[in-house]
Structures are given as C-alpha cells and as structure tokens.
Design a protein around this ligand. Structure first.
Ligand SMILES: C[S@@+](CC[C@H](N)C(=O)[O-])C[C@H]1O[C@@H](n2cnc3c(N)ncnc32)[C@H](O)[C@@H]1O
Length: 254
C-alpha cells in the first residue's frame, strides 16, 4: 500500500489545515475544496485558496496531531515525544495502546513504528473508536493501525509486543495483562494526571516482574524572541500528566 502524502497549509495567522492525497479533492474546513495536484505543485510556496493565502509544507508529526479533532483529554506533542523515547518505540515495532480516545498518541506511535510496524489500539467506546479511525485516516497512517472496540482490562491476546502504552484512569487493572503481552525487555508506559493514580500504578508494577520503574513530568516553557527583548513566554506552565515507564523482566531484585 502506498502511503498517502500529507501536507499542511498554514495561513498568516498560523492556522493549520491538513490535506492528504488519500482524498484527491480535499475538503478543508474554512478553505473549501482543492485538488491534491495543486497542493503538491505549490510545495514550499504560498498558494491562494478560497481567497486566502496559505503556505504549503509537508505535514510534520506535530501538524498531523494538532490539526485532528479532539474530544477527550489528548496526549499532545510535549508528552508524546517523551513517551516515544522512554518506551523506545522504534521503526518496525509492534505496540499495544489503550484507550485510543481521539488517537493523538496513536498517530505519534504510528509515525514512529513506520509502515513496517503495527499499532493495536483498544477503545471501549464505539464513538471514540469511530473518531480514532477517522483521525488515523486523516493523518495518513491507517495502513498500520488497528482500532479494537474492547475493554482492555478483559485481557490483551497479543504476545511479544515491543511496548504497551496506557492512557486510561486505572492502568493497574491492566498491568498483569501488559506483562503477559510484552516481549522480554519490552516497555510499559502509563500517562496519569494525579499522583494517587501514579502511586497505585507503581505499587501494581512492583508486585509483578517489571524493572526500571520511573515516573517523570515533562515541563515545557517556550522562549519568545522579540525586538523588545527575549524572554520566557508568560503562558502558564500547565500540568498535563505524569509518565510512568517500566520494562518486563523474568527476574528482579527484591
Ligand atoms: C484520555 S482518553 C485517551 C486519549 C488518547 N491517548 C489521545 O491522545 O487522544 C482515554 C480513553 O480511554 C478509554 N478507556 C478507558 N478505559 C478503558 C478500557 N478499560 N479499555 C479500553 N478503553 C478504555 C476511554 O473511553 C477514552 O476514550
């Protein structure tokens, strides 16, 4: 299967619109209908669409995630990039994820594993599963993503997977199933907003043969470069969530 080309159109206010070759005549909210040939021919340049001027670039991971529709809380680029590194998500990997939600993390995982990899994503709600499928298609990575409508705490039938990523409120209910699904040395990552949830998760991991258990919070502050001076942005350093990672072993030190 040929991967679709995915472009981002950026207007002068910085608004971004995603266009994929999966749809030859793309309908872009706020801009109208345009052909992918026209977009491809304007790569790197400005294009006038619906009376507006937009710059055409290949879509980055950030573009693909941040232009997607979102309903529940999502994992954005700040935390997704740390999860991909800490859980060692590499090209060709097979990863299991729950829940899919709006599929922002799913898209980051799918781009990291590449066309030879596989992302299996559990989502218990049909409405979120439909949104997740639409979003992975828009982002051009549907070829390697399987969205399963199921409660992941009922079990993970897959084996020898490279990583299990859990963005749900009670990951401790899935810890044993995750250990069984992982290959030896495979990585588990959870994303949780509250320290009480982190504590319950870490305690569950400690009862199992998980090692290298570590929790971090990623804080990102932008620097603004202006004629009047260069200083950190006044935007609040909002809390998103804590990332806990661990690895499957067959033995551990008590
Ligand atoms: C916070 S959202 C995930 C957001 C997603 N990581 C993203 O970046 O868009 C949590 C999702 O987990 C789903 N969920 C919660 N418990 C679940 C379970 N036991 N099995 C499968 N899905 C579950 C919810 O329906 C919800 O859609």
């Amino acid at each position: 299967m040929v991967e679709p080309e995915v472009y981002v159109l950026i207007d002068e206010r910085g608004e971004r619109y995603l266009v994929s070759s999966a749809e030859p005549m793309a309908r872009v909210a706020g801009l109208g209908v345009l052909s992918i040939e026209k977009v491809r021919a304007a790569l790197g340049r400005r294009l006038t669409v619906g009376g507006r001027s937009v710059l055409v670039l290949p879509a980055s991971r950030r573009d693909r995630m941040e232009t997607l529709e979102r309903r529940a809380q999502v994992i954005g680029p700040k935390d997704a990039s740390a999860i991909l590194f800490q859980a060692d998500v590499l090209p060709g990997a097979t990863v299991v994820e729950a829940g899919a939600g709006s599929a922002w993390l799913t898209v980051a995982l799918a781009l990291a594993v590449g066309p030879q990899g596989r992302v299996i994503s559990f989502e218990e709600r049909e409405d979120f599963a439909s949104l997740a499928r639409a979003n992975v298609t828009r982002a051009g990575v549907a070829d390697r993503v399987e969205i399963r409508v199921a409660d992941v705490s009922a079990g993970i039938p897959d084996r020898d997977v490279d990583a299990v990523l859990l963005d749900l409120p009670d990951p401790w209910t899935v810890a044993k199933a995750a250990w069984e699904a992982l290959r030896v040395g495979g990585h588990l990552a959870t994303f949780l907003p509250n320290v009480e949830q982190v504590r319950q998760t870490v305690e569950a991991l400690q009862t199992l043969r998980f090692v290298d258990v570590r929790t971090v919070e990623i804080i990102e502050r932008e620097l603004e470069v202006r004629d009047t001076g260069t200083k950190p942005s006044f935007a609040p350093l909002g809390h998103t969530g804590y990332i806990t990672t661990a690895r499957k072993a067959l033995d551990k030190f008590l």
